[in-house]
Design a protein around this ligand. Structure first.
Ligand SMILES: Nc1nc2c(c(=O)[nH]1)N[C@H]1C(S)=C(S)[C@@H](COP(=O)(O)O)O[C@H]1N2
Ligand SMILES: [Mo]
Length: 365
């Protein structure tokens, strides 16, 4: 696997956690699997397709164990283009405010876009038969995790109404190819518009139930607290799990600290929002946020995918602080100051992103 992911920046070997550099990420609108970030909390299970079964349990007509072929017979396949983004994207930038303990210090590459093909969850639920008192669908993975010293499996749950939205999939393909082992082979959940943590990989069990999952990755992780809350004061039971992605924009080229020759500089990046309030425009500042230029959105695929933006600005020699911010269709923009969004878990950083570059005099006289 490490061969296949050789272009990625590896933050951890176990659990395996890796992301691409921004300039690579920005090369294609659909992210090739070998450039797609990997976020694992435990092992990468090796699954034998012949013996693979998904357990369907809880408030259903009858509990079952289904092979991938049996699942595929229950509902026709559907393809959804969607961006997957980790709630920890841009966590590293939080470190300038206050350190964050015990988390992967991600750059801005824990995001990627794919055509996901799979079985629409709602068709599957209809075929299986859901009891009237079911309110949530909980999922667990086959991977072995350790949460605060306790062994278990990664898991999550979504509300039944989200489960019935047409684009939630049990996905088995990514960009026309079977899922790679590290992306959840043979079957993963794909919840478009939600943070990546809700898209459980290596599905082992799906349970219809009255309450949210008690899995620690839903109940005691991936929740957003305000800046003054600490690990000691956090009340996990009174805070809801993070669901929707937030509005964000990132400069992928040039990169932090880069030196270029003065003149026309092409600045590129991505922006992301959720399906209810898509990105409306992306603005760039070359003076630290005093004045702004509207960039061109060169590629987009609403409602679930990111958009690619770019702008070319002619700049004289000197030091510049590039700043980017997006606006959405509800006329909201991102927070200016990273201090206001800092949280002890380091989630959902969507403060204006800043990139410092140096433009040198041309060597030709
Ligand atoms: N079973 C399982 N599913 C999982 C995870 C995991 O560790 N185990 N990580 C989650 C997180 S936090 C993210 S961001 C995405 C990452 O998906 P990817 O590695 O395919 O990019 O998977 C999610 N699903
Ligand atoms: Mo994540």
């Amino acid at each position: 696997m490490h061969m296949r992911k050789s272009q990625l920046i590896v933050h951890q070997e176990y659990p395996f956690n890796a992301e691409p550099a921004g300039n690579l990420l920005r090369q294609s609108f659909l992210t090739p699997q070998q450039l797609f970030y990997v976020r694992c909390h435990g092992s990468i299970p090796v699954v034998d397709l012949a013996s693979y079964r998904l357990l369907v349990t809880g408030l259903v007509r009858r509990e079952r164990e289904l092979s991938l072929d049996e699942l595929r017979l229950l509902a026709p396949a559907h393809t959804v283009m969607a961006t997957l983004e980790c709630a920890g994207n841009r966590r590293k930038e939080f470190m300038a405010v206050k350190p964050i303990a015990g988390e992967v210090l991600w750059g801005a590459g824990v995001i990627g876009t794919a055509n996901w093909r799979g079985i629409p969850l709602r068709n599957l639920l209809r075929a299986i038969g859901v009891q009237a008192d079911a309110r949530y669908v909980a999922f667990t993975g086959l991977d072995e995790t350790q949460f605060e010293g306790e062994k278990g499996h990664f898991g999550s749950s979504i509300k039944l109404e989200k489960a019935f939205s047409p684009d939630v999939l049990l996905a088995y393909e990514m960009n026309g190819k079977p899922l790679a082992p590290e992306h959840g082979f043979p079957l993963r959940l794909l919840v478009p518009g939600y943070i990546g943590a809700r898209s459980v990989k290596w599905l082992r069990q799906m349970t219809l139930q009255e309450s949210p999952s008690t899995n620690p990755y839903l109940a005691r992780d991936y929740k957003l607290f305000s800046s003054e809350i600490t690990a000691q004061t956090a009340d996990w039971n009174r805070t809801k799990p993070i669901e929707d992605l937030n509005l964000n924009a990132v400069i992928t080229t040039p990169q932090e600290g880069e030196t270029r020759v003065a003149g026309p500089i092409r600045i590129q990046g991505y922006a992301i929002s959720n399906e209810r309030t898509p990105v409306e425009r992306v603005e760039l500042s070359v003076d630290g946020g005093k004045t702004w230029t509207t960039t061109s959105i060169v590629e987009r695929a609403d409602p679930y995918a990111w958009c690619f933006w770019e702008v070319t600005i002619t700049l004289a020699p000197g030091d510049y602080r590039l700043v980017v911010r997006a606006w959405d269709t509800s006329k909201q923009t991102q927070p200016e100051d990273v201090r206001t969004v800092w949280n002890f878990k380091g989630y959902m950083n969507n403060a204006w992103q800043r990139v410092n570059i140096h433009l040198a005099c041309s060597t030709v006289s």
